[in-house]
Design a protein around this ligand. Structure first.
Ligand code: PEP
Ligand code: MG
Length: 486
């Protein structure tokens, strides 16, 4: 905080810098400190959670006041708490597990999971979360079982206890008896066996005479390997932001070129769609201090974030164009709401290519471009958008969130966030029709694509390309095969 005050004094007038002196006083406020300590000591919250909870309490209190000046203090409270949270996060040297285990937490961010890594991690149990959250998406991609248990009494109930879980059924067992343990082990073996058998068949899937392509959603090189093993037709969604999460320092252009080249070398003869950074909302980069937003899901995320951080975006674009000499990737852009955004993307791509040309670096230009259809605006404009690019991909997670006005991260709205809702299905059917009329390829890459119960309805719309996490490829294949026989 002192450093912040000094920096502010160097940057602005003394009376403006005094804001930070006032913030410093907040940090010394005994009531503020007591609340945080109480939350950690009595309620057994993590330090980060305690800081956030306490700051929200005070921010809300100030926001409810009549006086304008007092209301503005809520922003200071949030600012101070974000600084505290950053300090606390940087203090955590290494989140990796030293021995195999299930991680149980009140709340986890996608970045926490990335930092933990897959090694020794057997499963996740969280009290706050939802099956459609980015954390759940990431866990599925990592082939990691995750269970949400809102009523779980973490401490002291779990101390020293043996835990087992069934991610498929969403069940957590505390001190399971030996027959439950045997049953769960057999189920795990069966899953591994079925994956191996199905991956080795290399069959072509059809539905009503149409070839169905099954692609994979990935976020890392390890995911690509798994997808290949599971017999995918290509990568329909590479969530590139995942390799930025949980890092203090952002990767530079050369590091990204190396990373994307390795991915392409693994997939020389199948499509690989890199989605550019979808940062914002719950996907935050530690190395960037972004302002807190009141409604982050409706805020500066996806392409909006990239337009606001063109240096970072163009670094990624240049890296992708350079790596493209190793294969034939396609580029896809998230959170599109207008044709103007596409024009701006193309202008930035042009600049990126020109910069590479000037620097004399090898690159491949004119890559196939695609857009995520994940906002109602994009559905309504799907035909106009389709005319600008080679392909579209429906992001049903966000499309459901924005169509139903139900935050996908909010477990209290889990029953409202229904990606099989008739309104979402209608949005999908409209997009299929728009893509057909404009003659562009279309895929569905949200979690709905892996929902075997929704598959008949999805295939009936005319969809022929689905992209799912590697761990779900086998179940989706089996369902399509079964539908074919009916
Ligand atoms: C989606 O929104 O459906 C999607 C695939 O993107 P993400 O889950 O990464 O937001
Ligand atoms: Mg999305």
């Amino acid at each position: 905080m002192t450093l912040r005050c000094e920096k502010a004094q160097a940057l602005c007038q003394k009376d403006q810098a005094a804001i930070f002196e006032a913030q410093k006083l907040m940090l010394e406020d005994q009531e503020f400190i007591d609340r945080i300590q109480e939350s950690i000591g009595q309620d057994k919250r993590t330090a980060v959670y305690a800081v956030l909870q306490t700051s929200e309490f005070y921010a809300d209190m100030f926001l409810g006041m009549d006086d304008e000046l007092m209301r503005s203090k809520s922003a200071d409270i949030r600012d101070v708490s974000s600084l505290l949270v950053r300090c606390l996060s940087q203090g955590k040297a290494d989140k990796k597990l030293l021995a195999p285990g299930i991680v149980v937490a009140d709340y986890l961010l996608p970045g926490d999971l990335v930092e933990m890594g897959r090694e020794n991690l057997l499963g996740l149990v969280v009290r706050h979360g939802s099956p459609s959250s980015h954390l759940a998406v990431l866990a599925t991609g990592m082939n990691l079982p995750m269970v949400v248990c809102p009523d779980l009494d973490i401490e002291p109930a779990l101390e020293g206890k043996t835990l087992a879980m069934d991610g498929g059924e969403g069940l957590l067992f505390i001190e399971p008896d030996s027959s439950t343990q045997t049953l769960l082990k057999e189920k795990a073996q069966e899953l591994i066996y079925r994956k191996q058998v199905l991956a080795s068949t290399g069959e072509e899937l059809c539905y009503q005479g149409r070839r169905i392509e099954l692609l994979a959603n990935v976020g890392s090189i390890e995911d690509i390997r798994q997808a290949i093993q599971a017999g995918c037709d290509g990568i329909g969604l590479f969530r590139t932001e995942l390799s930025f999460l949980g890092r203090q320092e952002l990767p530079d252009e050369d590091e990204l070129v190396e990373y994307y080249s390795q991915c392409l070398e693994l997939m020389p003869d199948r499509p690989l769609v890199f989605r550019t950074l979808d940062i914002g909302s719950d996907k935050q980069i530690q190395g960037l201090s972004l302002p807190q937003e009141a409604n982050p899901a409706l805020g500066c995320r996806g392409i909006r974030f990239c337009f606001a951080h063109t240096d970072l975006f163009k670094t990624q674009l240049r890296a992708l164009l350079r790596a493209a000499v190793k294969g034939r990737p396609a580029l896809m852009f998230p959170m599109i709401t207008s044709v103007e955004e596409v024009a701006h993307i193309k202008a930035l791509l042009r600049e990126a290519a020109d910069e590479l040309k000037q620097a004399g670096l090898p690159y491949r230009d004119h890559l196939p471009l695609g857009l995520m259809i994940e906002t109602p605006a994009a559905v309504v404009l799907a035909r106009e958008l389709a005319r600008e690019v080679s392909f579209l991909s429906i992001g049903s997670n966000d499309l459901a969130q924005y169509t139903l006005a139900a935050d996908r991260e909010n477990e209290a709205l889990a029953d409202r966030f229904n990606d099989r809702h008739p309104a979402v299905m209608k949005m999908i059917a409209l997009t299929v029709e728009a893509a057909r009329q404009e003659g562009v390829a279309l895929s569905l890459c949200g979690e709905l694509a892996r929902d075997t119960q929704a598959l008949p309805q999805l295939l009936e719309t005319g969809l022929t390309r689905l992209s799912v996490s590697p761990s779900r490829l086998e179940a989706v294949k089996a369902k399509i095969r079964q539908l074919c026989k009916q």
